[in-house]
Design a protein around this ligand. Structure first.
Ligand SMILES: *Cc1c(COP(=O)(O)O)cnc(C)c1O
Length: 460
């Protein structure tokens, strides 16, 4: 399987190269040259075997079957649910897809654990080292650290917006004891952190020198690993599903589009955003425009640029790389992109979008608690709020609704307590974090400072 860039100026590339590079050299995002068709039935199959089936379509030529099996088994060995991504019913034909059973209690573990395993295998085969720099709105950072901490030949730098992540999220990152883990608390927003990562990549000399790599959701390997639960959830319910996806950077929901393009019958993909509603506005008003970022109860979705949307735009434009490239440079310049009618129609045929504010988020936590006794986290609640809006606007489809439950409530105890007056029980994985020493560097929002810091931490 070969991969191409959404901007059309990068040579076709293997899965290992895509994995190790993250971003394409022309600034675009990688996608498979053509979408493999997956026709197998996954009903009753182990999650790991479904994952092998789907991932092998992409990794063929880069990893042997034995290597991929070993990577997947190691990735999911530490999950605390045997089903890996279990479904639970919360109402008639309404389900939560629990994606938070990994080491850091958020859905990012599902892809990053696989990515870490593949990464170290690819590096061992190729030789050399890699420097990973990740911008995080809270969950990617800890998941990357959990997946890559302690692996040989890899240095991990994680930048989070200072004061914009929950205490649990910060502690999960800064208490890592691994010497190859370096935390930066940036005086800025998540979007600032993401811009710095882009600037580091754009500095080709520096990027080459340190073998810079991204594990943010722009890395296609993550999308590939995230397709899997769309397939397994559909198989378990036995009919096409409407998936409601709490959305920030558009990676998780694009994995749903990827699954559909691989042949999965998906009823609809519903984008659920918080007050950072760039994606809801793009879909509903036809203008993709970033504004100021708001701090909300669901910090992992506090994003004003949805990087993976480029992939959906490229597909909606019939894979027109010239248009995508021009559109993305326009957007980079003006922070605004008017979507052409044909592109918008394509997107609307697949996606709906609903934004909810903090009050609606709290109300959704409360509603689910009252109805079922289950405590959900504020990101999941944004999904539930969207599902409620979809129902009340009489857009309820004749299919089961599955809300992706992207984090464990114990990661966000404050928001939960505000909503229902009860704190979520603390799972074993979190108790004890507060007593560990923290390691982090507070730095200003300046790519030059960040570069200097990275260089100073790399052993030559
Ligand atoms: C990252 C994250 C999201 C958003 O996922 P994207 O792929 O960025 O759209 C939603 N919920 C939680 C808990 C997350 O960590």
């Amino acid at each position: 399987m070969q991969f191409l860039s959404t901007r059309g100026m990068a040579p076709p590339t293997s899965f290992s190269d895509v994995l190790l590079a993250g971003l394409a050299p022309d600034g675009g995002l990688y996608l498979p040259q053509s979408w493999p068709q997956v026709t197998a039935s996954f009903k009753g199959m182990r999650y790991q075997d479904a994952a092998f089936h789907i991932l092998s379509e992409f990794t063929r030529g880069s990893f042997s079957d034995a290597e991929l099996h070993a990577a997947i088994d190691a990735a999911y060995a530490g999950f605390d649910a045997p089903a890996i991504a279990p479904l639970t019913e919360i109402g008639e034909d309404r389900y939560l897809l629990e994606l938070f059973h990994g080491p850091t209690l958020a859905f990012k573990d599902i892809a990053l654990q696989v990515l870490g395993q593949l990464f170290s295998r690819a590096l061992t085969k190729r030789g050399g080292r890699a420097t990973i720099v990740a911008a995080t709105s809270g969950d990617t950072g800890s998941a990357a650290i959990a997946a890559l901490g302690g692996l040989p030949n890899i240095e991990v730098f994680v930048m989070h917006p200072k004061g914009r992540v929950s205490d649990v999220q910060r502690l999960q990152m800064t208490t890592s004891a691994h010497a190859n883990v370096h935390n930066i608390a940036l005086n800025g927003s998540f979007d600032d952190a993401q811009s710095i990562v882009k600037a580091l990549f754009a500095d080709k000399e520096f990027a080459g020198e340190i073998s810079l790599t991204a594990v943010n959701s722009i890395n296609f390997a993550r999308i590939a690993a995230q397709c899997v639960y769309y397939f397994t959830a559909t198989a378990a319910l036995g009919k096409p599903v409407t998936f409601v996806v709490p959305t920030g950077n558009f990676g998780d929901i694009f994995a749903g589009e990827a699954a559909a393009r691989m042949g999965l019958d998906v009823a609809r993909l519903v984008i659920a955003t918080n007050a950072n509603d760039i994606m809801a506005r793009a879909l509903n008003e036809g203008v993709y425009a970033s504004g100021a970022s708001h701090a909300t109860l669901s910090p992992s979705m506090d994003i004003q640029v949805a990087s993976n949307f480029e992939r959906a735009l490229f597909e909606a434009a019939g894979r027109d790389a010239d248009w995508t490239s021009a559109a993305m440079s326009d957007f980079a310049r003006t922070r605004k992109l008017e979507l052409p009618a044909t592109v918008l129609a394509e997107l609307r045929a697949r996606y709906s979008a609903f934004a909810s504010d903090d009050d609606e988020t709290r109300a959704a936590i409360k509603a689910v608690y009252k109805l079922t006794g289950r405590i959900i986290d504020p990101h999941t609640a944004v999904g539930v709020a969207a599902a409620m809006k979809m129902g009340s606007r009489n857009q309820g489809p004749l299919s089961p609704v599955v809300i992706l439950s992207t984090a464990h409530p114990a990661k966000f105890p404050q928001a939960v307590t505000e909503a229902i007056g009860v704190a979520p029980p603390e799972p074993e994985r979190l108790s004890g974090l507060k007593n560990l020493p923290e390691r982090l560097e507070i730095l200003d929002n300046d790519p030059v400072l960040i570069k200097r810091f990275i260089s100073s931490r790399l052993v030559p």
